[in-house]
Design a protein around this ligand. Sequence first.
Ligand SMILES: [Zn+2]
Length: 186
Amino acid sequence: MADGRVIEDSAMDFAQAVAGTEAPPQILENLRLIDVFYRGFDGCRHKGQLVVHRDLAPDLLEIFALMERQRFPVARAVPIVFFGWSDEASMAADNSSAFNYRLIAGTSRLSQHALGRAVDINPWENPAMDPAGRILPAGALRRPAQPGTFTEEHPLVRAFREKGWDWGGDFTHIRDYHHFEKSDPG
Ligand SMILES: [Zn+2]
């Protein structure tokens, strides 16, 4: 905004942002809490926070800066502890988040979110579709022309790819349009 005001969506410290997680210490020690700035759907500048793997913090700060420059709106970014570690509640609130110590839905494998190596952005605008055709979050509708929506050749999707991230919209088992991940090369 012209007056420089920033709406603060999240102002936690690290201990608050990981409170109650079941993640072991060797995962927690690699996580960082970062402040991100974005333009909300209200047109105002907001400050939110993400809990991410320390190696990926620079990528995400660059991506959020790019989103602001491109006027790509972000609904909100609050660590998922605020939603009682419920991915469903976070998605229903159109919240963008990264770390969450959990399994890939419907499997016994740890999600990249469990390592802070995945980020979900605007799940309401970019719902996932599971193999059964179920939409997550329930009731969401993907409208590619709407602001805040990722598409195949979107500059932000390309920016993520150029940094070595995979986009969930390219996944074949579940089309997860709000999901980006960068697995550990080692
Ligand atoms: Zn995800």
